[in-house]
Design a protein around this ligand. Structure first.
Ligand code: ADP
Ligand code: MG
Length: 694
């Protein structure tokens, strides 16, 4: 019988309650337990002289009790000073028994393990693990490092160590899905050796070795995990391509001018070379009888919307409907207006569906989608509610995808399916992520890059200034508005609630109204009624307002070329990608434009460097790369962008170099080791990936 697939409850000492708690850690089977790896190690293999310890170290020391004292005060604290030949350190207990305070009497020898930290009277150890010993040489040291596991409430390290030890006995039955050839190529240990090494390090292993990302056992498992994530997304991509999709053939050969061509010819500007290239890539995809899954990455202002509009017309021309999804109502509304005016001459029916559309208007719109009289619907995620049915949905466009996670993207793909036909899918994002990371996050998509801005754009001049110079900034707005230009003032407070963010914007607006009596000021935030938001936005567009005070709701989509000055308050609180995105609201015309990053002093060194990156570059890809160097990938993508992608072992900042090899190895896997992919996914991803199609 296969012990590995047995539930953990089959192990000694694991009852129903423990099994439940283990399940909270995602551990159900014996195999899961083997892949629950220590997140750190403790070194109890040697006794440190007290003089050699410093704050932050987890160490074993031996000392004789000098005195033990009950500190007076509300919260009873027991403090004990111990010393060895080299120095002294304090032990501190907040919870203790009477027996304990008796036990810790002067002249008793103790061996003590804990993390050292700064205390009131010098270095101390809080709630240490301690034993009374007969004499200083009687301290019991371990021969090997001790594994420390991630826990959940009610589980102890000791219990976990015990059950893992049992599971390790079944370790030999694990199949190593990485081929020999690959192990040799990278000098990786076998799976069994890697797991044993990490769970139960032997005497030869030192702390430094285990914490080093290049440690072979660790590297092998991280590689396997990252490879598996990549393979699973690739599998989804291949599966999606086995579905039939509508073919948007262009009928120009019949002498008929397609809508898409007419649209491009009617534009008041020339497409950039990059736009041309991407449009051609998309058109080629849409002529194939299986679904396009394409991501268009292009910096803010690179002109992605035109590309989406062109694709929409290919679909409509072929008699299919189009759904365009935006992350915010503001952007959905903006797209609705743009598309309505662009397509006015083509008698294309366009509708808008957000969470706000209710009652009769909503049911009418749903009816028009269902009977096919509406060619395009533009909306928020409300588009993918169950009641929304299309007659012939042929294309789904998802704009500003960085606002959605991987899993949401996959979910949408499922929902968008009608009658066995899968629509083509176009995903657009302005958040460039470095190529290696794209391989993990977007492996289920083909990628097109718009790496060129429309001509005539001048770089946005960005300065970094302290909030102390607020008055000068306000004066600058006055002068700017006097030149009939418009401006944004962005209030940021991401770690706080949306409510607080809105209040901050309200207060700022009130103050600015007083400080700038001649300036027409509008306020825009997420908690306003959509119709009010829209009214403000329109007033700003029509130049009835000079200054728009807003929260980060304006991050995406807002397009007012005359607004060329942006003040961002507390920029140090936002990620660089988001700041770059916000800043992209200005510099949309051919005039000079400026962005003032008004920080709160004092600024940490890293924060200063990060804002410096933004000041020195207008290129989203450069900014992303530098941010990656400075902060590591997790932060660059942000939790918002990584969606549900979490790793058990891999750490993207430590293991980035591994990603370089994965692309090529993954092709090799699909070609030669395809049967290893499902069990690898099962092992590393468990239920977190939807394999309903397998
Ligand atoms: P983003 O890629 O950020 O979504 P948009 O599609 O909103 O950018 O385009 C930004 C602005 O540039 C819009 O006003 C759009 O009409 C304009 N634009 C797009 N392509 C071109 C082009 N080739 N030449 C000039 N202006 C363009
Ligand atoms: Mg856009």
């Amino acid at each position: 019988m296969d012990i590995l697939t047995q539930p953990v409850a089959s192990l000694h000492g694991v009852g129903a309650q423990t099994a439940n708690r283990l399940q909270k850690l995602g551990i159900r089977s014996v195999q899961d337990l083997l892949f629950h790896l220590p997140h750190r190690y403790e070194d109890r293999t040697r006794v440190y002289p007290i003089a050699a310890v410093s704050a932050g170290m987890n160490v074993l020391v031996c000392g004789k009790v000098e005195f033990t004292e009950l500190l007076p005060g509300g919260r009873k604290t027991l403090v004990c000073k111990i010393s060895d030949a080299t120095g002294a350190i304090f032990l501190r207990f907040f919870h203790f028994s009477a027996a304990q305070s008796q036990q810790l009497k002067a002249d008793t020898w103790l061996s003590v393990f804990a993390e050292v930290r700064y205390g009131f009277a010098g270095l101390e150890m809080v709630h240490p693990d301690y034993k009374v010993i007969a004499h200083p040489d009687a301290a019991v040291t371990d021969t090997c490092l001790t594994a420390v596991y991630p826990l959940t409430e009610g589980l102890s390290q000791n219990l976990l160590r015990k059950v893992v030890r049992q599971a390790l006995q079944a370790c030999g039955q694990l199949t190593d899905w990485l081929p020999e050839k690959l192990l040799r190529q990278f000098n990786f240990p076998s799976l069994v050796v890697a797991l044993q090494t990490l769970h139960a390090p032997d005497e030869s292993l030192t702390m430094n070795a285990l914490q080093d990302g290049s440690f072979p056992a660790l590297k092998r498992l991280a590689f396997e995990e990252l490879l598996t994530h990549h393979l699973s997304l690739k599998t989804l991509k291949y599966q999606a391509k086995t579905w039939p999709a509508p073919v948007f053939a262009d009928h120009h050969d019949l002498g008929f001018q397609s809508l898409a061509k007419q649209f491009l010819q009617a534009l008041p500007f020339q497409l950039t070379g990059a736009q041309h290239r991407v449009i051609a890539e998309i058109a080629a995809d849409c002529c194939k009888p299986y679904p396009m899954l394409r991501l268009v990455q292009g910096d803010v202002g690179s002109g992605k919307t035109i590309v989406a509009a062109h694709t929409a017309l290919l679909a409509i021309n072929a008699g299919y409907q189009v759904a365009i999804m935006a992350p915010t109502e503001l952007l959905a509304e903006q797209h609705f207006r743009n598309f309505s005016s662009w397509f006015a001459d083509f008698s294309v029916q366009i509708g808008s569906l957000t969470g706000q559309l209710k009652g009769k208007a909503r049911s009418e719109l749903l009816q028009q989608l269902a009977d096919g009289s509406l060619a395009i619907v533009i909306g928020t995620h409300a588009l993918f509610q169950e009641q929304v049915q299309f007659q012939r949905l042929g294309l789904v466009v998802i704009d500003e995808q960085h606002r959605f996670g991987v899993n949401q993207r996959l979910a949408l793909r499922e929902k968008a399916q009608v009658a066995g036909i899968r629509p083509h899918q176009l995903v657009m994002t302005a958040t460039p992520i470095p190529r290696t990371l794209a391989m993990l996050n977007y492996a289920d998509l083909d990628i097109s890059i718009i790496d060129e801005l429309p001509p005539g754009r001048k770089p946005i001049v960005t300065s970094v200034i302290p909030a102390e110079r607020r008055d000068a900034v306000i004066e600058r707005i006055n002068a700017w508005v006097a030149k009939t230009r418009q401006a944004y003032w962005v209030c940021t407070l991401i770690e706080e609630s949306e409510q607080l963010q809105c209040e901050a914007a309200e207060k700022t607006a009130e103050k600015l109204v007083l400080a700038l009596p001649d300036v027409r000021i509008g306020l825009l935030h997420g908690r306003m009624k959509p119709s009010d938001k829209d009214a403000i936005m329109q007033a700003f567009k029509n130049r009835q307002l000079d200054l728009l005070v807003a929260t980060t709701v304006i991050e995406v989509g807002v397009d007012v070329p005359n607004a060329g000055l942006m003040i961002i308050e507390n920029p140090e609180r936002l990620g660089l990608a988001q700041l770059h995105q916000l800043r992209g609201r200005v510099g949309r015309g051919s005039d000079d434009s400026y962005c003032l990053l008004m920080y709160q002093s004092p600024l940490s060194d890293t924060a200063r460097q990060r804002l410096g990156i933004l000041r020195d570059s207008n290129d989203g890809f450069v900014i992303a790369e530098k941010d990656l160097e400075l902060r590591g990938p997790g932060e660059v993508m942000g939790t918002r962008q990584t969606g549900l992608m979490r790793f058990k072992i891999a750490d993207l900042s430590r293991d980035q170099a591994l990603l370089e090899d994965i692309q090529q190895i993954s092709d090799d896997f699909f070609a030669h080791y395809g049967s290893a992919i499902p069990p690898l996914c099962q092992r590393w991803l468990g239920e977190s990936v939807n394999y309903s199609e397998v």
